[in-house]
Design a binder for this molecule. Structure first.
Ligand code: NAD
Ligand code: TDX
Length: 335
């Protein structure tokens, strides 16, 4: 089987490529990535000489390139996106371009070249926010109600994928997953930022009252979910993928990290809240379990421990990032 993976040099995409080539060594993968600030080929050093792996540096909005790469491809797994909510608040433009126009460009190529499956990676953020302390969860029939330019652009891309399925019979699947964490996550996202700041003895910025709730999913569990969706998922279906069954607030996540890293709470700094900050996410993945027999294998505590260890053992990886252009972003975001 031949896969075109977009955004494969990013956090989840690179974890997916490493996972897939280990699991299915006879499959081949073309990785199309623009190498924006978030793309890092270091993540893929262990497979760069694998004859079944090819990297192509390019933009998913380039229709000529995307069209030529899609010939002879069986499956497209579409990760490429601008993915950070705070950056979308600073400047929405690249989000509109990559997440909407880029997805449209890929859909056209998939149709033209008759790919057997277009799998779109999306997010639970398209559903908006839930009430704090409620029992509510996002379901497959939850209405779309995105609040940030990021989530609105992802919602648009989901609608486009479904429209191509309905109108042109494009064989697609979609997964809407919760907040991922694990190795190779760019240290602008909450958990990777907290761990690396603690390792540098820097203050931990926590937005607002710190009582916001996210559903945390270990990236390896996410890769396994995509695997079962590609092998057993029904064309034209959407699958919800999450990691938790019990709410955990951002401040509790920080306490757990500090506890595991044996540091005290003095590093915590409450900072200005994110505009339009979604209060709570919780995802009901029971249908994915009953239909595909998938469920996350890692508990939050175990996955957090593994993740902390990875960042401790791979300091060069994130230190190279944190001393580059990242510094400008950090100054703009946190002062
Ligand atoms: P990431 O920001 O780490 O990586 C994105 C990758 O896409 C980078 O390698 C970047 O270079 C590439 N890219 C960006 N614009 C491109 C373009 N125009 N053409 C080609 N490549 C381009 O993102 P991530 O966290 O790995 O997220 C991957 C996907 O999963 C995204 O679609 C995101 O919306 C979705 N998602 C992420 C999370 C999460 O918690 N990280 C949760 C739910 C859904
Ligand atoms: O410095 C911070 N302080 C803080 O309190 C940062 C960066 C975040 N936070 C809070 C905001 C959120 O409540 O932590 C929570 C998680 O924040 P992010 O890591 O920015 O994730 P989120 O906004 O929830 O979006 C993520 O999950 C869904 C990903 O970035 C998206 O790509 C994905 O679609």
């Amino acid at each position: 089987m031949k896969l075109l993976v977009t955004g494969g040099a990013g956090f989840i995409g690179s974890n997916f490529i490493l996972y897939w080539l280990k699991q299915y060594p006879n499959d081949s993968i073309v990785n199309l990535d623009l190498l924006t600030y978030a793309g890092n080929l270091e993540n893929l050093i262990s497979v760069e000489n694998n004859p079944n792996y090819e990297f192509v540096h390019g933009d998913i909005c380039n229709s000529q390139l995307v069209n030529s790469l899609t010939r002879n491809i069986d499956i497209i797994v579409h990760f490429a996106a601008e993915s950070h909510v705070d950056r979308s608040i600073q400047n929405a433009s690249p989000f509109i371009q990559t997440n909407i126009v880029g997805t449209y460009t890929l859909l056209e190529a998939a149709l033209k070249n008759k790919v057997k499956r277009f799998h779109h990676i999306s997010t639970d953020e398209v559903f908006g926010a839930l009430e704090l302390n409620s029992q509510d969860k996002f379901h497959l029939d939850s209405p779309y109600n995105p609040h940030s330019p990021y989530s609105a652009s992802k919602a648009s891309s989901d609608h486009l994928v479904r429209a191509y399925g309905t109108t042109y019979n494009l064989p697609y699947t979609i997964s809407n997953c919760s907040n991922n964490f694990g190795p190779y996550q760019f240290p602008e996202k909450f958990i990777s930022l907290v761990i690396t700041n603690v390792l540098e003895n820097k203050y931990i910025p926590i937005y607002g009252d710190g009582l916001y709730v996210r559903d945390w999913l270990y990236v390896e569990d996410h890769c396994e979910a995509i695997d079962v969706i590609l092998h057993k998922g029904k064309v034209g279906s959407t699958y919800l993928v999450g990691g938790l069954t019990k709410d955990i607030s951002n401040i509790e996540v920080i306490y757990q990290i500090l506890d595991e890293m044996k540091k005290d709470k003095t590093l915590i700094h409450f900072v200005k809240d994110r505009p339009g900050h979604d209060r709570r996410y919780a995802i009901d993945w029971s249908q994915t379990t009953s239909e595909l027999e998938w469920k996350p294998k890692h508990s939050f505590a175990d996955a957090l421990q593994k993740t902390i260890l990875w960042y401790k053992n791979n300091q060069e990886w994130w230190k190279r990032i944190k001393t580059g252009a990242y510094l400008n972003y950090y100054k703009q975001q946190y002062g």
